[in-house]
Design a protein. Structure first.
Length: 95
């Protein structure tokens, strides 16, 4: 359980850094695969109730918080891209 959470946390850090540096989510493809594999393993442990159930539940909740943060970052990146398009379009029409 802790190993899966450590893998997910490390992968999330890489994804977050990639987005913070202005790159696309696809640039963190390997880390995305690791993150979602770890998430699937944790979800399976929660569903089956195997091992430490409280630890598994807390790990799952941590992943939910990380996914919310990721959604926020992706929306922020998308809106920033749209604002750049709207700013640059009137300039092209005048020129």
């Amino acid at each position: 359980m802790l190993a899966e959470l450590a893998i997910a946390n490390a992968a999330f850090a890489v994804i977050k850094t990639t987005l913070a540096n202005g790159k696309q989510i696809a640039d963190a493809g390997a880390s995305l695969g690791k993150y979602f594999s770890a998430e699937k393993a944790i979800a399976k442990q929660v569903a089956t109730g195997s091992g430490n159930v409280l630890e598994a539940f807390q790990a799952k909740e941590a992943l939910v918080r990380q996914e919310e943060e990721l959604k926020f970052m992706l929306n922020k990146q998308r809106l920033h891209g749209l604002s750049l398009i709207h700013i640059s379009e009137p300039t092209r029409r005048r020129g």
